[in-house]
Design a protein around this ligand. Structure first.
Ligand code: ATP
Ligand code: MG
Length: 255
């Protein structure tokens, strides 16, 4: 399959220390790519570079046949790149539906404020966004929670809500940074099921996750980062056998 994302020689450092060094990888259209690695390996930095929230020191990012160069996060979002950030918070005091609608506004011309002010010419767009947001809630199994305050939902449902918010922007590439962290077993299972459904629908995803078993179940291929380097890539089975991976990560995780 043709690549949706091609990363070449990507580097970024902070205060002279590389967070990501000379990383190259290709994600095929329709693929689910797991990204694993110890704390501080550079996983979130990689997502921030893809989303345009950080600028690279060197290297290139090509997405859907175009060079992302210095495009802003907003433009990248409109091109279909959506991120659920590590530890992302919901808007307090807003309902589940309103939280998702904020995600949809990322791709509209008028932005959230104009929508919130309810200017007449925005009303139709507003109605469409509301319908999209409801559809996204339904897709993640939260339709019945639309009018509940988002911040009182159980953590598992808050994470599903984050996914709904990202889906509402109609992504072609969805980046999930540790969406299952801190969840209880049942909640992890539910979130895993949701990711499986999105994968079956053909959405291209990158999934950062510490639990190798969880990632192995969901990913077509897995990339392993360690100290900013891309030290291995392969199928989940190949990664589990890889000596460098075992030394850098799996050994540590087991011990
Ligand atoms: N904005 C920043 N300013 C300074 N240093 C940063 C910044 N962002 C990341 N770093 C450093 O870059 C390295 C990689 O961080 P990153 O957050 O990408 O790791 P990670 O693999 O996502 O780790 P974790 O599993 O803990 O989330 C770390 O050493 C971190 O301290
Ligand atoms: Mg991180």
């Amino acid at each position: 399959m043709s690549p949706l994302l091609t990363i070449d020689s990507l580097s970024r450092s902070f205060g002279g220390v590389y967070a990501l060094r000379d990383v190259g990888l290709t994600v095929a259209e329709g693929e689910t790519r797991g990204v694993i690695g110890p704390n501080g390996a550079g996983k979130s930095t990689l997502f921030n570079l893809i989303g345009g929230h950080l600028t690279p020191e060197s290297g290139t990012l090509r997405y859907a046949g175009r060079d992302l160069g210095r495009l802003t996060p907003h433009v990248r979002a409109r091109l279909g790149i959506a991120i659920v950030f590590q530890g992302a918070r919901l808007f307090r005091g807003m309902t589940a539906l309103e939280n998702v609608m904020v995600g949809a506004h990322a791709r509209t011309r008028h932005g959230f404020l104009a929508g919130a002010l309810r200017l007449p010419r925005h009303r139709r767009e507003e109605a469409r966004i509301r319908a999209d947001a409801l559809a996204a809630l339904e897709r993640v199994g939260l339709a019945g929670w639309a009018d509940r305050a988002a911040d009182v939902l159980p953590l598992g449902q808050q994470r599903a809500l984050q996914v709904a918010r990202a889906l509402c922007a109609r992504p072609r590439l969805l980046l999930l940074d540790e969406p299952a962290s801190g969840l209880r077993a049942g909640e992890r299972e539910a979130l895993g099921g949701l990711i499986e459904d999105l994968r079956a629908e053909g959405l291209t995803m990158m999934l950062i996750e510490h639990d190798v078993a969880f990632v192995a179940r969901l990913a077509d291929r897995v990339s392993v980062l360690d100290l900013g380097r891309h030290i291995a890539e392969g199928t989940p089975a190949e990664i589990r056998e890889d000596e460098a991976v075992i030394a850098a990560y799996l050994g540590q995780a087991a011990g």
